[in-house]
Design a binder for this molecule. Structure first.
Ligand code: NAD
Length: 280
C-alpha cells in the first residue's frame, strides 16, 4: 500500500507559512498586490481566477482583478500589461491562460516584466531557472518539488522519468529535478517503448494530459508516482492521468487527484508573490 502524498495538507502548511511571512513583511512596510487578468469567460479559467483571489485574501496580500471581454484586442491587453509593469504597488502580474485565439500568448507573456512574472513563464525566468540563477519558478513543477521534499522522498541520485515536455509542466519539471540531482529522462509523444522506460523510474512524474492513461504496466514496484493530470470524467468527477486504483498497490507513494498536485500550484503562486513583495 502506497503512502498517499497529501497535497491539500502540504499546500495548507505552505500557505500558513506564507501568511506569517506576509504579515512580517507588512510590519516592515513591505506590501504589494497581485494583478490577475482574465480575458473572456471560460468557466474553468473563472474558477482558477477565483481560487487565486481567495488565496491572496487568505495570505493577506491584495489582489486586483481585471476581467476583460472576449473581444479585447492584443494591443489593448499589451497596453494593460505595460501599465501594470509601471505600477509600484503591483508586485505580480498573472494573465490567465488560455487566451482567446486572436491573442498571441507568447507575446503577452514576454510583455510582463520579469520582476513581476509570478507564473514563471517569461523566457528570462525560464533561462534563470535553467542555469540556477534566482528568479520565479514555474508554479506546478515547483509545487511538485515541495510535495516530494515535504514527504521525505529522496530525489538525489534517483532516476526520474517525466512524461510530457510542455513549457508549463514537463520541461521545467525535468529541469527542477535535475537541479535536485536526479537523473532525468523526458518522455513525450514520440517516445518509443514508453511503458518499458517508465518501469525504470524511481520517481515517475506524469503530465501527459490524457485521462487515466498510465496503469500498472508503466510502474516499477516501490516507485513514487506524481500525477499532474486534471480531467473531468463522464460523471463530472475529477481524475488524473494515472489509473490510481491500479497503480497505488505497486507504488511506495502516490499523489491522488484531486488533492495532490492541484492545490500546490496556487500555493507556489502565492510563494512567488510573497517573494516579489520581499524583493520590493
Ligand atoms: P500538454 O498537452 O501541453 O502536454 C502533454 C505532453 O504529453 C506533451 O508534451 C506530449 O508530448 C506528451 N504526450 C502526449 N501523448 C503522449 C503519449 N502517448 N506518450 C508519451 N507522451 C505523450 O499538457 P500540459 O499543459 O503539460 O498538462 C499536462 C496535464 O497536467 C494536463 O492534464 C493538465 O490539465 C494538467 N495540469 C495540471 C496542473 C495542476 O496544477 N495540477 C497544471 C498544469 C497542467
Amino acid at each position: 500500500m502506497a503512502k498517499i502524498i497529501d497535497g491539500k495538507k502540504i499546500s495548507q502548511e505552505i500557505k500558513d507559512e506564507l501568511k506569517e511571512k506576509a504579515a512580517s513583511l507588512q510590519a516592515q512596510g513591505k506590501t504589494g498586490a497581485l494583478a490577475v487578468i482574465q480575458v473572456g469567460e471560460d468557466p474553468a479559467s473563472s474558477v482558477y481566477v477565483r481560487n487565486k483571489k481567495n488565496a491572496c485574501a487568505y495570505i493577506g496580500i491584495d489582489s486586483l482583478a481585471y476581467e476583460l471581454p472576449e473581444e479585447t484586442t492584443e494591443e489593448e491587453l499589451l497596453r494593460l500589461v505595460a501599465e501594470l509593469n509601471e505600477k509600484e504597488q503591483v508586485k505580480g502580474i498573472l494573465v490567465q491562460l488560455p487566451l482567446p485565439a486572436h491573442i498571441c500568448e507568447d507575446k503577452v507573456i514576454q510583455a510582463i516584466s520579469p520582476k513581476k512574472d509570478v507564473d514563471g513563464f517569461h523566457p528570462q525566468s525560464v533561462g534563470a531557472m535553467t542555469i540556477g540563477e534566482p528568479g520565479f519558478l514555474s508554479c506546478t513543477p515547483a509545487g511538485i518539488i515541495q510535495l516530494l521534499k515535504r514527504s521525505q522522498v529522496e530525489i538525489e541520485g534517483k532516476h526520474c522519468v517525466v512524461i510530457g515536455r510542455s513549457n508549463i509542466v514537463g520541461k521545467p519539471m525535468a529541469l527542477l529535478m535535475l537541479r535536485e540531482n536526479a537523473t532525468v529522462t523526458i518522455a513525450h509523444s514520440r517516445t518509443r517503448n514508453l511503458a518499458e522506460l517508465c518501469k525504470q523510474a524511481d520517481i515517475l512524474i506524469v503530465a501527459i494530459g490524457k485521462p487515466r492513461f498510465i496503469g500498472a504496466e508503466y510502474v516499477k514496484e516501490g516507485a513514487v508516482v506524481i500525477d499532474v493530470g486534471i480531467h473531468r470524467n463522464e460523471n463530472n468527477k475529477l481524475c488524473g492521468d494515472v489509473r490510481f486504483e491500479e497503480v497505488e498497490p505497486i507504488a511506495s507513494a502516490i499523489t491522488p487527484v484531486p488533492g495532490g498536485v492541484g492545490p500546490m500550484t496556487i500555493a507556489m503562486l502565492m510563494s512567488n508573490c510573497v517573494q516579489s513583495i520581499e524583493e520590493g
